[in-house]
Design a protein around this ligand. Sequence first.
Ligand code: SAH
Length: 254
Amino acid sequence: MRIDVISVIPQVFGAYVSASVLGRARSRGVFEFHAHDLRDWAHDRHRTVDDAPFGGGQGMLMKPEPIFEAVEAVGGLADVPAKVIFFSPCGAPLTQAVAGRLSHAPRLMLVCGRYEGMDERVYALADEVISLGDYVLTGGELAALALTDAVVRLLPGALGDEMSARDESFSDGLLEYAQYTRPAEYRGMRVPDVLLSGDHAAVDRWRRESSLTRTALLRPDLLASADLTADERTAVRRVLGSRPTTGEGDEGHV
Ligand code: SAH
């Protein structure tokens, strides 16, 4: 996969995409990453990319001309057409399903906003508009990195262990089960005996139950679209029925 990012601060991406899992994947050629400075497509010698909003109001907006020209020019840097993604709190939420779908694209172009956002006309260039969540960031760069990270780790060869991307949170619509490593007892907290038993079938059953319980308690909104058997649905209803009527977030980590 090839990823091109357009931003007014292209220097912020290098450290993250060069370190750890992404860094290794990149040096093995699993993905290419190119950051471009939007100001290269500004029209004046001050390299201006923003202007005041029509109709008045606070702050500055990103002008359409540099963005159109940058997207067109960067698009031409490789033969394969890019899926063009803009970032905005008004976009569709970034989920594991979105990351999974985008991981099949041969090329992504990520366009990061700054200031008070962008002239609305630039969205004519967008194949998708994505939000990192219901909060406002100072720019789209963190959203671009979050998307890059979530997508790249799904690419074949990105993770050392091919299994590890399959088993985790959201892969079957549920949160991941609780996990433990050595020591078996720490500060009086013991690892569940079944995980030390060597009985793989029992471990699988325990993990499935752990996934179901914590999803039911922490993220019941995920259950509607999760892949559950009829027995599991009944069990989950029991867990939810016995749920204490405390405020949100009171359940702690299960
Ligand atoms: N005035 C805008 C926010 C602008 S924030 C509004 O109220 O919707 C400036 C830029 O940061 C945006 O153009 C976008 O690219 C990025 N950004 C801010 N919050 C974001 C979020 N939750 N998800 C994705 N991008 C975000």
